[in-house]
Design a protein around this ligand. Structure first.
Ligand SMILES: C[S@@+](CC[C@H](N)C(=O)[O-])C[C@H]1O[C@@H](n2cnc3c(N)ncnc32)[C@H](O)[C@@H]1O
Length: 281
C-alpha cells in the first residue's frame, strides 16, 4: 500500500522502521494462512531452503514465515535501503518451527533487476507490501526470473484498492478513488501498478507457465489498532490530496472527523490486500 513514506528527489519512497514496526502485527494477522500448506508442499524434502525476500524492509516477512516453515533455511534479504537491511539481519529469527537453523545474508540494490541466473539455487522468492510499488514490466521480469529459476513465489499484502470504513462518511468513496489513482501514478517515467498489481502478477506468472493461487489478506483495524489506523488515515488522505488538490480543504475536514473517531475507538477500517502464491514445474 502507499504507506506514510517520504519521497526522495528521485521519487523513490523511503519507509521508516517506525512505520514498518507499527504495521507488523496487523500484517501478521492479515497474511493468508491457507497458502502455507501448498507452500510447504512445494519446498518439502529439500536439504536447505534458500529464500530471497525482496523489498524486505526490516524483515517482517522473515520473522513471520521462517518459524512456519520446516527445516534449515537460508534467507537472503534484499532491499535498496541499507538501514532497513541492518535491522532485518539483526532481528531475523534463527530457528525454524522445528528448531532447524535459519541463517541470513543481505543484498542491497534494486530487487527488480534480479534475473533467473541471480535466483539460481533459491527455492522461494517472497515479497511483502512490494508488488503494488512496481510497474507491469518489473512484475513481468520478476515472474520470468522466478519461473526461469524454478522458484516458488509468495507475494503478499498487495493493495487491492478497496477500503471499508465503519461508520461510513459521504466523502469515503471520493478519497478512495483519488488514493487509488495516486497508487497508479507515474513516478520518474514508471507507471506504478498499485491496485492492479496482483492481477498483473497473476497474468505474468500464468503466462510464464506457473500455477497461481490468490487469497485475501485484509487489514482489520478496530479500536485495538487505533495507532495504526491513525497513521494509515494520515497517509491515505495525504496521498488522495496530492493526487487531487481540489480535495485539500474538504480532505482536511474529513481527516479531522476520521482521526477523532479513530482516537475515540469509534472507527473500524478494513483495508483489502491480496496474497499470491505462484508455483512452477
Ligand atoms: C512497504 S515496504 C515493505 C517492507 C517489508 N517487506 C514489510 O512488509 O514490512 C517496501 C520495501 O521495499 C523496498 N523497495 C521498494 N522498491 C524496491 C526495489 N526496487 N528494490 C529493492 N527494494 C525495494 C523499500 O525500501 C521498502 O523497504
Amino acid at each position: 500500500m502507499t504507506d506514510p513514506a517520504t519521497e526522495e528527489a528521485t521519487g523513490e519512497a523511503q519507509y521508516t522502521p517506525e512505520w514498518l514496526a507499527l504495521r507488523e502485527d496487523a500484517d501478521a494477522d492479515a497474511r493468508a494462512r491457507d497458502l502455507l500448506a501448498p507452500l510447504r508442499e512445494r519446498i518439502a524434502g529439500r536439504e536447505r531452503v534458500v529464500v530471497r525476500d525482496l523489498g524486505c524492509g526490516t524483515g517482517s516477512m522473515g520473522r513471520w514465515l521462517a518459524p512456519r516453515l520446516p527445516g534449515p533455511q537460508h534467507w537472503v534479504m534484499h532491499d535498496r535501503d541499507p538501514v532497513l537491511l541492518r535491522i532485518a539481519t539483526g532481528t531475523m529469527v534463527r530457528a525454524a518451527g522445528d528448531g532447524a537453523p535459519v541463517t541470513v545474508a543481505t543484498s542491497q540494490g534494486d530487487a527488480t533487476a534480479l534475473t533467473a541466473a541471480d535466483l539460481a539455487g533459491a527455492s522461494l522468492v517472497t515479497a511483502s507490501a512490494l508488488l503494488d510499488l512496481l510497474t507491469a514490466d518489473e512484475v513481468g521480469r520478476l515472474a520470468a526470473a522466478c519461473t526461469g529459476a524454478g522458484c516458488t513465489a509468495l507475494l503478499t499484502l498487495s493493495v487491492a484498492g478497496r477500503v471499508e470504513l465503519t461508520p461510513g462518511d459521504p466523502m469515503d468513496s471520493r478519497i478512495e478513488a483519488a488514493f487509488n489513482a495516486h497508487q497508479r501514478r507515474r513516478v520518474d517515467g514508471r507507471r506504478l501498478l498499485g491496485p492492479d498489481a496482483v492481477a498483473a502478477a497473476a497474468e505474468a506468472f500464468t503466462a510464464a507457465g506457473a500455477d497461481v493461487l490468490v487469497r485475501p489478506s485484509p487489514w482489520r483495524l478496530g479500536p485495538e489498532r487505533a495507532g495504526l489506523a491513525v497513521e494509515w488515515l494520515r497517509g491515505w488522505v495525504a496521498a488522495a490530496v496530492e493526487q487531487d488538490p481540489a480535495l485539500a480543504e474538504p480532505g482536511a475536514g474529513y481527516l479531522d472527523r476520521r482521526l477523532a473517531a479513530a482516537e475515540a475507538g469509534a472507527l473500524r477500517v478494513v483495508v483489502d490486500h491480496e496474497d499470491l502464491l505462484a508455483t512452477h514445474g
